[in-house]
Ligand binder design. Sequence first.
Ligand code: N0T
Length: 526
Amino acid sequence: CAPVTATAAEGNALPRLESRNGQHALIVDGAPFLMLGAQVNNSANYPAMLPEVWPAIEKMHANTVEVPVGWEQIEPEEGKFDFSFLDALLPQAREHNVRLVLLWFGTWKNTAPSYAPSWVKLNQKRFPRMINAKGEVHYALSPHYRTTLEADKRAFVKLMEYLKKNDPQNTVIMVQPENEAGSYGSVRDFSPVAQKLFDGPVPAPLVKQMKKKPGTWRNVFGADADEYFHAWSIASYTSEIAAAGKAVKALPMYMNAALAAASGRQPAMTYASGGPVHHVIDVYKAAAPAIDIVAPDIYARDHADYMAYLNFYDRPDNALFVPETGNDKDFARFFFPTVGKGAIGFAPFGMDYTGYQNFPLGAKKLDDETIEPFARNYRLFGPMQREWAAWAAQGKTWGVAEPTDPKAEHTQHIAMGKYNMTVTFGQWQFGTDKPTGNPQPSGGVAVAQLGENEFLVTGFHSRVYFGLAKPAPLESMMTLRVEEGYFDKCKWVFRRVWNGDSTDYGLNFTDREQVLRVTLATYKGT
Ligand code: N0T
């Protein structure tokens, strides 16, 4: 257990990702850390905008802010670097007691070179764009030219050198090289340089990862060959840049994905082909050893799709992290299954007052009413984020969000070994009326196992029943004690015991921020 803000002395230990038995933790200042995050809008990356950022961050109670750094802004002229934005950002983040994740908008920003400096954008000879299948010039920079890779790498290394020199306390805890890499409208690069590679052998690490026999891309991967090739090219390009940055300062690094459809396979032309979409995670694992994790930007409003994305990216070889999600009210409940699966962080996008709204992906406006459901999640978890991250690293956490599919009957189930949990949405606190769902989908529950018969459970707008997974003959379960309290400086502080009406019909969570410690027991009839 440790505070959010580090002192320069504590900061000597670099943030790192730790994995054990297929579970993960982001270690910050020597202890597991849960990023209660917020991402700012794309053009909030100038000192003049920061006064319009911090009030929203404060209102949210975020402990981590994800902020872009554009290649064009740090290297407007080739070889001349300008870090005035970071000079402003780092001290202000420290004053606001938040950590930072920097987003490197370099070769690819939502696949395009929009954030590359003009000397890159205007030099098609030195920094060639891709060629599509028809032989036309595509908008995206090709991943197959050393000149482009070296130029991006040089700037990225300068950024990491800046952090090495100016951030001994590790206010910056993670870095995202590139942003939603890939290409829309062309499955891969068809330039002669690319085609030659495509007609050659699949690199050995990928053959091994995919448990295939060696051969050309088409022979080994058939219909998937074009996209896998593109994913390999982009992943290895970005990994080389990340590795060079880590050689300066070894912060954890991840890439984010503009997602493909959660079910079925949409044509690769219609999403960011070559980016870390769920069906190429294995390609990224083989191609990008310097990329610690790949992470989904989840703007799906559908409950089943959202859960599917969380499951795709929650793997023994990939820590779950949601670096972007919609900032509309209905998304706030997805915080619960995300942290329940042991994610290292969660961050709604567009959390500032600079006046941009990415509706229909997120909310139409960012007023107090929009922020509040996110803020209360963070107020609830803030005091125990260190404990939660530690339980999650042991695989002892679960969570659910209110479903919208009628077949789910406003109910979710959690299996926890000996015990299980049923969570319902839209019941009165007293009695056994049928769950009808909340007027707006807003319910969520997260639970952590603290001991064989002891659980910490919290949530909003829901009812929780514990049960026995496999009762022995005549065996029953009882709730022995339900304590409400909170964590303060790593210690549990008791407020009261829940009993009587408060426990007779399950444990009912409302809009109150309440954390319960539940002790269960069993007894046997004779
Ligand atoms: C995200 C954000 C920002 C419904 C969108 C999502 C951010 C980038 N892109 O506001 O641009 O920098 O990472 C793209 C999602 C496209 C899905 C469209 C179908």
